[in-house]
Design a protein. Sequence first.
Length: 182
Amino acid sequence: MVGEKDEIVDWTFQVTLNRDPTDDEIDALYEAGLDDCAVVESRDGSSWLMCDREADDLMEAILSVLVQIREVEGLWAVGVGQGDGVTLGDAARRHGGRTQASLRQLAAGQRGPGGFPEPVIEADNISVYSWAEVSDWLRTEMGDDIPQVDRSLALADAAVKLACRARSLHRESEVRRLLEVA
């Protein structure tokens, strides 16, 4: 949900955990203040928290959940939201009303007003786009009736993934310094 500035809003989002929590850790998450989040375990072994948090803005809601997760030793967030990175095929499936071919033509500037968002990653013959940027562009430039995606989710997800990468490489202080001067 998108709220007005300085208005307490109920934000719904998910935070992916580094692993399945034990029963004791689930209790500890609840005791840390995450009583507004439910632990969801999937068949593939991943776990996440489905959160419904009141806050002035989405970033504040996400930050408060991340801080509370860290109170439980051995657990941390590895992602926020349902993944912002999409191929044009993924974007077509999320959109539900456009084909991959239609999106490819828009991205190439062969149709539409131009200005389609640039890929965030290009490797070999695969381009990965930000769903938040693509959906916003489709809504504002093409008039498509699709839900708004708060870009805070994509930003929080990128920050969490960067923090995990820095932690695994033992470069946390260097990354913090980079963020301060960037």
